[in-house]
Write a protein that binds this ligand. Structure first.
Ligand code: ZN
Length: 61
């Protein structure tokens, strides 16, 4: 179970978390991947982030 460190809302459901894609907004991520942050739906605090690989090229650079 994850709780928001800011407002202590229980983040039990995906509806409690707001995912914001940052791919084209920041420009430092290649188009083949999507970088996103997970924000608390209550207070907007960033809980975490990650990269969702949209493609797989077998590990080739
Ligand atoms: Zn919160």
């Amino acid at each position: 179970m994850v709780h928001c460190p800011e407002c202590e809302t229980s983040l039990a459901d995906s509806s409690d978390i707001e995912f914001v894609e940052m791919d084209s907004a920041t420009g430092f991520v290649r188009a083949s991947k999507r970088f996103y942050t997970a924000n608390c739906a209550e207070c907007g605090r960033t809980i975490g982030s990650g990269v969702a690989g949209a493609k797989s090229n077998g590990g080739a650079a």
